[in-house]
Design a protein around this ligand. Structure first.
Ligand SMILES: NC(=[NH2+])NCCC[C@H](N)C(=O)O
Length: 245
């Protein structure tokens, strides 16, 4: 493989990585809530990407061009999946809003001084634990099931396999990136290069999002992340279904 070929492959993969889309949004969403969930999600999308590449390079995904209806099925399935994730994020946002309201009602009660009580020490211990204990309590709640590693990993695979943009990239662009008379080393370089570019972009994004979120370090930030994710995922999901390919 020549230098210019390597540059072209890197450039094409970088263009796919930085084009905003569902995988970018979900990486940011999950890692701002919990970095490990974002990192595991990124590994899931990498697995989906490898499956796409294997399908494309073995000619299986070319079947999509023979049966154009299959692309429509992928498009509608992918769009509906994003809408579902949007609705789940919406449900989570509503739960968080309820929890935040209950917490502020609680602290309003605690702030009322009770001279007969010896709970002053407890209260200050709780205040010292601050948002950390709050987050621990929330993390224990079953409503954060989507942050479990296996769920994040599975979501990564499904969202990558149902992302029409990723499918079209591997269907239409990947074949043009394969050098003439490729050796098995060429194939390995091609796959590793694309995977490396896509995965490194997502890992950096996940770390930045988690740093930014921990700088805010407040539970109400989680509510805004979930509320914004609801809107963005629903908009992208509907756009994926509605915009003709
Ligand atoms: N690892 C991947 N499959 N990356 C592809 C990402 C495509 C696009 N940037 C998106 O967010 O939807």
């Amino acid at each position: 493989m020549t230098g210019p070929e390597i540059l072209t492959i890197t450039g094409a993969a970088a263009a796919l990585a930085i084009t905003p889309g569902p995988e970018t949004i979900l990486t940011i969403r999950l890692s701002s809530l919990r970095r490990k969930a974002g990192l595991v999600y990124a590994l899931g999308t990498a697995t989906g990407t490898v499956i796409w590449m294997v399908l494309a390079l073995t000619g299986v995904s070319a079947l999509l061009t023979v049966y154009p209806a299959a692309i429509q099925v992928l498009k509608i399935g992918g769009g509906l999946y994003l809408c579902l994730l949007g609705l789940l994020a919406g449900r989570q946002a509503l739960r968080l809003r309820r929890e935040l309201r209950a917490a502020s009602a609680d602290s309003a009660l605690k702030d009322t001084p009770d001279p007969a009580s010896s709970a002053a020490d407890d209260t200050s211990a709780e205040a010292a634990a601050g948002p950390v204990s709050e987050i621990a309590t929330v993390m224990d709640s079953s409503s954060w099931g989507h942050l479990r590693s296996i769920v994040s990993y599975r979501r990564g695979i499904i969202s990558s396999l149902s992302n029409p943009k990723v499918g079209l990239f591997f269907l239409a662009i990947l074949p043009t990136l394969v050098p003439a008379a490729p050796s098995s080393v060429d194939y390995a370089v091609l796959v590793l290069l694309i995977l490396g570019v896509l995965l490194s972009y997502q890992l950096v994004l996940a770390c930045l999002a988690s740093l930014a979120a921990s700088a805010m370090a407040h539970r109400s930030a989680d509510f805004f992340i979930e509320a914004a994710s609801t809107v963005i995922l629903l908009v992208i999901g509907i756009a994926v279904i509605a915009i003709p390919i």
